[in-house]
Design a protein around this ligand. Sequence first.
Ligand SMILES: *Cc1c(COP(=O)(O)O)cnc(C)c1O
Length: 213
Amino acid sequence: MIDFPAFRKKIADQNVTLVAVSKTRTHKQLMHLYDQGQRVFGENRVAELVEKQEALPKDISWHMIGHLQSKKVKKIISFVDLIHAVDSVKLLEVIQKEAEKHQKQQAVLLQMKVAQEESKYGMIEEEILAILADYQSGNYPNVLISGLMGMASFVSDQEQIKHEFQSLKSTFDICQSKLEDEEFNILSMGMSGDYELAIEQGSNMVRIGSLLF
Ligand SMILES: *Cc1c(COP(=O)(O)O)cnc(C)c1O
């Protein structure tokens, strides 16, 4: 097990936000990190996210980091702070509709597919730019598109991972230049196995699970 306070400080000193990925962990395990000051937690399943949000302290900032089915948006919209993996226009439209019902502005990230693996979700750069154009023309008034998220391939080849992170960062820079007046500033990339490489390539939000528990 790592020295959590030292790890947290190392990440914070680089101006990177640490999302502690608590999926499959018990309340007790999560509270162990909470008691050491961690407040941002990420879950990848709606049922588990809802259950933990109800049971645990109300000052936790909950992030939905996994693939989200449109029909489940309504279960989390009242409390979720950031939805990381918006991977379709359809999902974004449902988030808009539900956020409007809750009179809230929902922060989201658009998920870009950079990995070679077929199993990974996400959109290509053209789809992302098309969404941003619609966003700028006033579609999605209850959504705040705050940045991009992506996952590198699960491989040992560091050059390949680096290349995938670079392509995400390059699209992020293009998006940022188009959205100069908006708050588009989160680049969520990096997990336990590749967070150092991700930060080197410009990540400012890492989603880390196994390393912490
Ligand atoms: C599980 C998960 C993580 C954390 O993975 P670790 O390798 O345990 O750090 C990050 N992002 C997503 C989307 C996940 O589902």
